[in-house]
Design a protein around this ligand. Structure first.
Ligand code: AP5
Length: 217
């Protein structure tokens, strides 16, 4: 089973993708994580992507498509994948459809996590994650059970993303509404969209996804 998680920045795509990985054995493929890793390693792709990401702008389609397809090819034959943050433009969606058709694969569900814009700035400004395992936390909504210690791996080191500041978040939201939200209509036309309420506690959002996937896994 292959999924796309679609939603604005801070909607909870990464949080839910990790939970779906654990429960359903699918592989999370996050375009944001791929690009951040390229930036950190100062690869040629990372050097090109950095300034776009710092400003909250989209990285050009040709760069992102190459990076994501390289990872997709690596997971051929696995149980299935969860695309988190990709596609984000009409051209990326068209390129993905071509790739899927060439590889006799398909997307089973496009899950849209809907959250009002005013909540997203707070969510994103409170986000931090474990340096070691990437587990995501939040100052306001999800602190580690023991202060300063990662629930998942016990690490005591945490980090915050450079693009998680209120100005950049506002720009990311504008970009989402202009370039990415129209994909909901594109995938609705393929009969694949299920919209869930992301303005609920994390476990309740997971419950809505389980209700959708439970019967098809
Ligand atoms: P990317 O990394 O994809 O960021 P994003 O889409 O902006 O999404 P986020 O990671 O910010 O949010 P999320 O929905 O995963 O939320 P999370 O689960 O962390 O992209 C970053 C940049 O890379 C882009 O700006 C662009 O430059 C570039 N890029 C990436 N893909 C690209 C593409 N395809 N094309 C072009 N450029 C691309 O949750 C957020 C916080 O809220 C966390 O602290 C979490 O604990 C908390 N939280 C989650 N769910 C809940 C809940 N239900 N209730 C309360 N708190 C919650």
């Amino acid at each position: 089973m292959n999924l796309i998680l679609l939603g604005p920045p801070g909607a909870g795509k990464g949080t839910q993708a990790k939970l779906i990985e654990d429960r359903f054995g699918l592989k999370q493929l996050s375009s944001g994580d791929m690009l951040r890793s390229a930036v950190e390693m100062q690869t040629p792709v990372g050097q090109k992507a950095k300034s776009y990401m710092d400003q909250g702008a989209l990285v050009p389609d040709d760069i992102v498509v190459d990076v994501v397809f390289e990872h997709l090819a690596g997971f051929k034959g696995a149980t299935g994948f969860i695309l988190d943050g990709f596609p984000r433009t009409a051209d990326q969606a068209a390129a993905l459809d071509r790739w899927l058709s060439e590889h006799q694969s398909l997307i089973d569900h496009v899950i849209v996590i809907a959250v009002p814009d005013d909540l997203l700035v707070k969510r994103i400004s409170g986000r931090f994650s474990c340096v070691n395992c990437g587990q995501v936390y939040n100052d306001y909504f999800k602190l580690p059970s023991v202060e300063g210690v990662c629930d998942n791996c016990g690490s005591k080191e945490f980090k915050r993303r450079k693009d998680d500041n209120p100005e950049t978040v506002k720009h990311r939201l504008t970009v989402y509404h202009g370039d990415t939200a129209p994909l909901i209509g594109y995938y609705a036309g393929q009969g694949k969209v299920t919209s869930i309420d992301g303005n609920a506690p994390i476990e309740q959002v997971t419950g809505q996804i389980d209700a959708l996937l439970g019967t098809t896994v």
